[in-house]
Design a binder for this molecule. Structure first.
Ligand code: ADP
Ligand code: TZD
Ligand code: MG
Length: 569
């Protein structure tokens, strides 16, 4: 008989059991993590209690899986890590979730407080809660089992309310084994009421916004991933269609309305940014991704309306003429209700201008997509993928890299909300396998990850996780032998490869064979098409090594202008 059973027999429970009971009572269905001291038994017990436990090869991927679960479900995804290094590995994902506005909770085991606080050198000893604080929305430590329910409620509420984000929850080794009366413990469990309360904007702010919009000659709506997160899809569509205003989807808002919608201005981006006179941002920040709303890409006289739940976001980069602070569902509903007397519409002339540019750009793109090359380039490879995916519109697309990211975003149309998951606000590498696993586990649907060869390397080992859990994930590695390109030169003339060079001719497909997955090596478009069709039909874990010309990528993809320009060469 083990000590846990002993405790149960004595009418006692302990911190570890109570933590699992509280998670379960709060509707946590999945925990993503890596086990070790002091949380191995917690994961075992979670699994025994009916919570799905997905064990990863690296905590960063587990954290990304939790973050994307939060984005997709509007409930915090949960990631479990061990102390010190495990905690630190997960912290990158927690910080990214916070920057992206995705609700997640990183629960980490930690060492004994008395040793930590006197810096006496415990096993994996680190003052984790204080380290986590600057990287997340909130950080809490639970020191006693009787505080578990409150600690978890605080974490859930902090992750979901206002602008969502990452929360750190520290559970100490000693707390996990402290005992408590079973009946009292059960009575302490509760679920927080209304953790992400409706925030209705003031009528004054809505009227101000509608008035501004009614005076616009060249209005534009920009949809961001906050709009996607809000799940107000029908209302957003209604407002856009009733108003007739063209819209630009930010990367993860693609598909909120289908990319082939007549009002979509994605392929006339430069025109609409440089000419729009009133811009309405819905769940999108004026950060670097929109050139901070100023500079030569923008009409200097443009006026801005911003719909956001976060009041302090207003005026962060430039003055906002009509701030509408509220949750997007309430804000859009109110705008629809009040729009009629304002006679919001869009001039045919503005729409025609946009349509003309769209047509010119589509013609230019068609030429690039249809030009055969050997080896393949980004365009003809993505043409194949785009054609195949047009009959698999409900498949998630996970996407990272530089050229691989930018070209995929432009070429692969999305038709449904929240199916495109990518590098997000920081534009970082490493989300690939974590987001793929999180999306597959949460939705039960198929995922296609389109990965640069460098990008894939950041989380590639977790293809073992994909194979172990038999997830319907296909990974295409755009293998151009390097970061941006594979033809870099060592400028010192030595034998070492250049800083951007990766192993030439690497066979990433062989990696998945080690774990029982399906492997393809595609050197021609016809091989790529066959491989992708087979992968989607089989739903088995598959990796396609897609050989791309090493000499066709752009330095930093479409953001080469952000590289510092050294005056000394
Ligand atoms: P993108 O990168 O797609 O432009 P951002 O991440 O910059 O989008 O912006 C998302 C914005 O959406 C954030 O400012 C966030 O506060 C806001 N937001 C998130 N959820 C909601 C919501 N439910 N209601 C209103 N605003 C929201
Ligand atoms: N490290 C992290 C965590 N994030 C980053 N964004 C980078 C490094 C720098 N970086 C980029 O911004 S893109 C990229 C790196 C390393 C990889 C680009 O190469 P790729 O894609 O093979 O993934 P392409 O198709 O060759 O451009
Ligand atoms: Mg590459």
């Amino acid at each position: 008989m083990d000590s846990i059973t002993d405790n149960h027999n004595a009418g006692l429970t302990d911190g570890m059991h109570l933590m699992v009971d509280a998670l379960k009572a709060n509707g946590v269905k999945t925990i993503y993590g890596v086990v070790g001291i002091p949380v191995t038994d917690l994961a075992r017990h979670a699994q025994a209690s009916g919570i799905r436990y997905i064990g990863f090869r690296h905590e960063q991927s587990a954290g990304h899986a939790a973050a994307i679960t939060g984005f997709l479900t509007k409930k915090p995804g949960v990631c479990l890590t061990v102390s010190a290094p495990g905690f630190l590995n997960g912290l990158v994902a927690l910080a990214e979730a916070t920057v992206n506005g995705f609700p997640m909770i990183q629960i980490s085991g930690s060492s004994n407080r008395n040793i930590i606080d006197l810096q006496q050198g415990d096993y994996e000893g680190l003052d984790q809660m204080n380290i986590a604080k600057p990287f997340c929305k909130a950080a809490y430590r639970i020191n006693r089992p009787e505080d578990i329910a409150i600690g978890l409620a605080r974490a859930i509420r902090a992750s979901l309310s206002g602008r969502p984000g990452g929360v750190y929850l520290d559970i100490t080794t000693e707390m996990l084994s402290m005992t408590m009366d079973m009946a009292e413990a059960q009575a302490s469990i509760f679920t927080p009421i209304d953790p992400s309360p409706v925030l209705s904007p003031s009528s004054t702010s809505v009227n101000r916004a509608l008035k501004l919009l009614s005076n616009a000659r060249k209005p534009l709506i920009i949809l961001g991933k906050g709009a996607a997160y809000a799940q107000a899809d029908e209302a957003i569509k209604e407002f856009i269609e009733k108003s007739g205003i063209p819209y630009l989807p930010m990367s993860m808002a693609k598909g909120l309305l289908p990319d082939d919608h007549p009002q979509c201005a994605a392929s006339a981006r430069s025109l609409v940014l440089s000419q729009a006179d009133v811009v309405m941002l819905i769940g999108a920040r004026l950060n670097w991704l929109l050139n901070h709303g100023k500079g030569k890409k923008w009409n200097p006289d443009a006026k801005f309306i911003q719909l956001d739940i976060c009041a302090e976001e207003m005026d962060s980069n430039r003055p906002i003429d009509a701030p509408v602070v509220g949750d997007i569902a309430s804000s859009i509903d109110k705008m629809i209700c009040k729009m009629e007397p304002f006679e919001i519409s869009c001039s045919q002339e503005w729409r025609r201008m946009i349509d003309e540019v769209k047509k010119v750009n589509a013609d230019k793109m068609r030429i690039k997509l249809n030009k055969p090359t050997s080896p393949m380039n980004y365009f003809n490879a993505l043409k194949v993928i785009s054609d195949v995916m047009s009959s698999h519109k409900d498949v998630y697309i996970v996407n990272e890299g530089a050229n691989t990211l930018d070209n995929t975003r432009n070429i692969i149309n999305m038709y449904h909300p929240r199916l495109r998951l990518d590098t997000g606000t920081w534009g970082v590498m490493g989300i690939g396998m974590g987001y793929s696993i999180g999306a597959a586990v949460t939705s039960g649907k198929q995922v296609l990850a389109i990965e640069g060869d460098s990008a894939f390397g950041f989380s590639g080992m977790d293809i073992e996780t994909i194979c172990r859990y038999k997830l319907p994930v296909t990974v295409i590695v755009f293998n151009n032998d390097g970061i941006y390109r594979g033809d870099g030169v060592n400028q010192g003339g030595g034998a070492d490869p250049s800083p951007t060079t990766l192993t030439p001719g690497a066979r990433y497909d062989r990696m998945i064979e080690a774990f029982g997955g399906v492997a393809f090596n595609a050197t021609k478009t016809v091989e790529l098409e066959e491989a992708l069709c087979a992968a989607l039909a089989s739903k088995r874990p598959t990796l396609i090594n897609c050989v791309i010309d090493p000499s066709v990528g752009l330095e930093s993809g479409h953001i080469g202008n952000l590289n510092p320009h050294s005056s000394i060469k």
